[in-house]
Design a binder for this molecule. Structure first.
Ligand SMILES: *Cc1c(COP(=O)(O)O)cnc(C)c1O
Length: 404
């Protein structure tokens, strides 16, 4: 057991202490300051010494802070820190924000570039792995450095120099590759850019005729919800169709502030999706994922992927067996709204891309029928039709229509 959790098994109940965490941690902050994202960034906790002044740390955390200090960035916004349970090292917010000793241990087989992206970077800012879409690395900084980050070779600083010239080259790459109809801005967290800088990336991208849609991968609604202002929401809406893809991992992160941020985006016409990462002992339980996705849907955020943890350096302690994820999906499908059931995705180590896994409901395939089990384990037959020609003759006409 790597956490010295024995000492804290009888922790105080979470509720009332958490409500006053802001007052305890940042007693001098006015409401105006607290709600100002730039104040939050200026006051983010960026070293172990400062963190130790603000909360009592376990031995594993103290060792983690020390041993990862030179390897990965540390950064926790005051807002996200105020969600940390100071009495329990396995608090899901704490586990995502505070490094532990295990993170400094790189196991055999773990990769610096687990998704094999670097060979697929024609220019610094672009990862082009799939036929019709690219990942656009817009910024290498974050409001909170997730302890489970899979792209920390980029966010650790230094390696990806995402300066103005590199961004220009990224835009030029998209412009000269007509097969790219979907651009996923990521990083780092692109919404840490000022409205002005963001506009300078979105406007030229939007002007490219073959770019049908834009997505922005961001943890801002989770870690720095005050960044979502009316003017940001309106800016994003102007570049529609643009989807915000965010990253809530536990229902504890869905606070009134986070809800306000997501609802402001959706109210302004910006659809929001959620990608969660499955993490051992943090959210590796069907009840947690179900509650998380119900809470997302209540604020009109659509659950998208549930990611199997990548085989990235220092993350072994957070990885779940594949079967655990499949079991979670199995406990959701049929039992709750289909909209709440995510796709379980495994991004294959070495660059194979994402594949999805699901419980197997097919019991037997016969020429005339397929035998299924349903979510309750009951058996049902689906009869095959007599005719099997699936070509669509009108498609010729449709494809030849004028103006296409
Ligand atoms: C995940 C990912 C995408 C987007 O994949 P979707 O399945 O379309 O959401 C695009 N490019 C890269 C490199 C990715 O890792």
């Amino acid at each position: 057991m790597s956490f010295d959790e024995q000492s804290v098994t009888s922790s105080a109940p979470a509720g009332p202490t958490l409500l006053s965490r802001r007052a305890v941690l940042f007693p001098d902050a006015t409401d105006d300051q607290w709600n100002d994202w730039r104040w939050q960034m200026r006051n983010a906790v960026r070293d172990g010494g400062r963190l130790a002044q603000l909360m009592s740390l376990t031995l594993a955390e103290r060792a983690g802070l020390e041993e990862t200090a030179t390897i990965f960035r540390l950064g926790i916004s005051p807002y996200y820190l105020s969600l940390v349970d100071p009495d329990h090292p396995l608090c899901p917010v704490r586990m995502q924000a505070v490094p532990v000793k295990d993170e400094a241990r790189i196991r055999k087989g773990e990769l610096k570039d687990p998704l094999g992206e670097d060979p697929k970077r024609p220019v610094e800012a672009i990862v082009h792995k799939y036929p019709d879409r690219v990942l656009f690395l817009a910024l290498d900084t974050c409001s909170v450095y997730c302890r489970h980050c899979t792209r920390r070779r980029i966010t650790k600083g230094g390696e990806a120099e995402l300066n103005k010239a590199e961004l220009e080259k990224g835009i030029e790459y998209v412009r000269t590759h007509p097969q790219v109809r979907d651009v996923l801005l990521s990083g780092g967290d692109p919404l840490l850019l000022s409205d002005e800088r963001l506009e300078q990336i979105l406007t030229p991208l939007r002007a490219i005729p073959h770019v049908e849609m834009i997505r922005i991968g961001t943890r801002i609604p989770v870690c720095l919800p005050m960044r979502v202002t009316e003017s940001l929401a309106k800016l994003l809406r102007r570049h529609a169709p643009l989807f915000v893809v965010t990253h809530f991992n536990h229902p504890k992160e869905i606070t009134p502030e986070a809800r306000r941020a997501c609802e402001l985006l959706v109210d302004n016409g910006v659809p929001v999706e959620n990608q969660a990462v499955l993490m051992r002992r943090l959210n590796s339980d069907a009840r947690i994922i179900t509650e998380l996705n119900h809470e997302c849907l209540k604020m009109r955020v659509r659950p998208y992927y549930l990611h199997q943890m990548d085989v990235a350096e220092g993350l072994e302690h957070l990885r779940t067996p594949i079967a655990a994820g499949v079991h979670i999906i199995e406990q959701m499908r049929g039992w709750t709204s289909g909209l709440a059931v995510p796709h379980l995705a495994v991004d294959l180590p070495g660059g194979g891309g994402k594949v999805t896994v699901q419980p197997d409901y097919v019991v037997e395939r016969r020429p005339t029928e397929t035998i299924f089990r349903n979510y309750r384990g009951e058996s049902y037959a689906y009869p095959e039709p007599e005719e099997t020609d699936c070509t669509c003759p009108y498609d010729e006409v449709w494809r030849a229509r004028p103006g296409r």
